[in-house]
Design a protein around this ligand. Structure first.
Ligand code: ADP
Ligand code: MG
Length: 447
């Protein structure tokens, strides 16, 4: 019953609101005209009650329930699957987070360390985030997290905030996006409340600003941000910043700000690799199990998705959500066929993204050789190595088969391609420079 009502609520309030506010609550019981729900924190309960209470009541009444009132009680959620990292070091079994709302942006209850799957591409960022989340003495300031869209920056920042709230309730933690920072700043200017604004921001113990690239080119906001930043650093307060690129690459950012941003610890979230994507998919499937208990999943489907869907985790999650919703509608097992049907557009989009020709052009540019030599017959090492790299990237980033790749390299045999791919795999493992080159090229291609 609640399951069906949830669908109606989802349609009414949209996916974002639904995920943030409705998904974390659970129907508990119905007695004497009172419908009781379990919520993970008072904060969520209050928010849902104020914003969606009437809607839920209406839906229940529509469904023929005799309800006068709905009630929220704080109860531990069905525990989420621990991430790999927390399995290794069971540090933080977080107490229910504090429920008094901070003056910052609301935190997504799903974005915790427990739900963050750790792999090679994000292990450094995860470790740095966990260190800061311990709330010990400030060691690196600021912590600057950067990486492409959908790689988990916001997730990690919320996780830090949740953890700090649980471990150090005495600290004043403020999380907000750079856009919200600007909005508040402009509002304070307009309302002549600059003193309040300054006081608020200078009174925090931990300031977290998400997507700082947003204030690039916005001069007065930058200026104010710089002063806030300096005041907090001077007061030995922790600052955590995220951006979609490295500090040095943010255009229209004042040099003095850029250099300040660089003076702490800068860590990046690399594009996801196959293993991480698979891990994330597996963990999501476990989370879905409670929602769709009867659904069956053919083997190989997750592996297929992990191979074929881009590095952006948000896209990956969206694809899986759609797949599960669709499969539960038609009541079928999730097979490869169903997957390909249901996600044809997503799969085509990630196919179209990178072509072998594009890879050849990029790699040729990177090593300063001619494109014609890339596909030509010469076998000197200065040409053969880049050629092998291009083959390797073609295998990794496109869905072309070895013979198809061979054809695009001047009609080479598929065994030649296979040999090239193997060679680069070996070198990648031994040679840091090679690993770095590959990463750079891959990033450039996927950008
Ligand atoms: P960003 O802020 O970098 O654009 P988000 O933090 O919003 O990305 O992440 C996008 C989505 O992908 C979120 O739903 C987030 O929970 C999920 N996600 C990203 N990385 C991971 C991960 N390592 N484990 C689990 N979920 C992840
Ligand atoms: Mg984000």
């Amino acid at each position: 019953q609640w399951g069906e009502l949830r669908q109606n609520i989802l349609r009414t309030i949209g996916e974002n609101n639904f995920k943030t506010w409705i998904e974390p609550i659970e129907f508990a019981e119905m007695a004497d005209g009172v419908a009781t729900f379990n919520v993970p924190t008072n904060f969520i309960g209050n928010y849902v009650s104020q914003n969606f209470g009437d809607l839920i009541l209406k839906q229940l009444t529509h469904a023929g329930e005799n309800v006068r009132r709905i009630h929220f009680q704080v109860a531990a959620k069905t525990p989420a699957r621990p991430s790999r990292a927390s399995a290794a070091q069971p540090a933080a079994q977080t107490a229910p987070p504090r429920d008094d709302a901070l003056p910052g942006a609301p935190l997504d209850p799903r974005f915790t360390f427990d739900t963050f799957v750790v792999g090679k591409p994000n292990e450094l960022a995860n470790a740095a985030a966990r260190r800061v989340a311990e709330g010990g003495p400030v060691t690196f300031n600021p912590l600057f997290l950067y990486g492409g869209v959908g790689l988990g920056k916001t997730h990690l920042m919320h996780a830090i905030a949740w953890e700090l709230r649980a471990r150090r309730p005495d600290l004043n933690v403020l999380y907000l996006s750079a856009e919200q920072f600007m909005y508040r700043f402009v509002q304070a200017l307009r309302d002549r409340k600059m003193m309040d604004f300054k006081e608020l921001f200078r009174s925090v113990d931990v300031l977290m600003v998400d997507d700082v690239q947003f204030i690039a080119g916005k001069d007065s906001t930058q200026e104010e941000f710089f002063h806030t930043f300096n005041a907090l650093v001077d007061g030995n307060k922790q600052i955590i910043i995220s951006a979609d690129r490295a500090p040095g690459e943010i255009k229209d950012m004042e040099d003095r700000i850029r250099s300040r941003l660089q003076c702490g610890l800068v860590v990046d979230l690399h594009p996801t690799d196959y293993e991480l994507r698979l891990g994330i998919l597996q963990s999501k499937v476990e989370q879905y199990r409670s929602q769709y208990p009867d659904l069956r999943l053919s083997s190989g489907v997750l592996e297929f998705l992990a191979h074929r869907i881009s590095t952006n985790v948000r896209v990956l999650e969206g694809a899986l959500t759609r797949l599960f919703a669709f499969a539960s509608l038609v009541g079928r097992e999730i097979t490869m066929d169903l997957t390909q049907d249901c996600l044809s557009d997503v799969l085509r989009a990630s196919d179209r993204k990178i072509s072998v020709e594009e890879i050849q052009r990029r790699v040729a540019e990177h090593f300063n050789i001619r494109l014609s030599d890339m596909i030509g017959p010469k076998r000197v090492r200065t040409l053969a190595r880049p050629r092998q790299i291009a083959m390797y990237l073609s295998k990794q980033l496109t869905s072309r088969s070895l013979p198809e790749i061979g054809r695009r390299f001047g009609g080479r045999d598929h065994t030649t391609v296979m040999h090239g791919v193997k060679r680069i795999e070996e070198l990648r493992a031994q040679d840091g420079q090679m690993a770095e080159d590959l990463e750079l090229l891959r990033r450039a291609l996927e950008a």
